[in-house]
Design a protein around this ligand. Structure first.
Ligand code: FAD
Length: 118
């Protein structure tokens, strides 16, 4: 029997969700129209309310409420960095290492400069 066919635990859910979220930023336009920027903000808000781990969702909503953490969606570069910072906030809360956000694009879009993903 394959564990992958069971309901996800918090870790699995988290890894899959971050994969989706960072991949969305990796394919986000460099110059998004204002309408898409609005939809993206709405997506982040809805995601924070629907995330299927209630304590995670509550903490993420509280983090988003701080004006300094408002989604930055005016370009791929901004949105990718913002998502990296959001993920780092969770990393810090869980006692994990912070990720170097200068490298978010290598991790999620281009592959590492040393060619290990080629
Ligand atoms: P993950 O944190 O899932 O990361 C996956 C991969 O992303 C890493 O291997 C690394 O290559 C890369 N990465 C790591 N940090 C960054 C970054 N800052 N930017 C870009 N890439 C990065 N779990 C809880 O137990 N409690 C919570 O309250 C909680 N809240 C969450 C809130 C949200 C919105 C989400 C999406 C997840 C939450 N999780 C929470 C899950 C948690 O963040 C992890 O996904 C889970 O613990 C599995 O961790 P991991 O070590 O496998 O790597």
């Amino acid at each position: 029997f394959d564990r992958a066919d069971c309901p996800p635990d918090v870790e699995q859910l988290g890894r899959s969700s971050w994969t989706l979220l960072h991949s969305i930023t990796a394919t986000y336009p460099r110059n998004p129209p204002v309408s898409l920027q609005q939809e993206t903000r709405a997506f982040v808000t809805a995601f924070s309310k629907l995330y299927p781990c209630w304590t995670c969702a509550e903490d993420f909503q509280a983090w988003l409420k701080d004006d300094r953490n408002a989604p930055k969606v005016s370009s791929r570069e901004e949105f990718g960095r913002w998502m990296c910072e959001a993920h780092n906030a969770v990393n810090v809360k869980l006692g994990k290492e912070r990720f170097d956000c200068d490298r978010w694009e290598e991790r999620w879009r281009t592959g590492w400069k040393d060619g290990r993903c080629d």
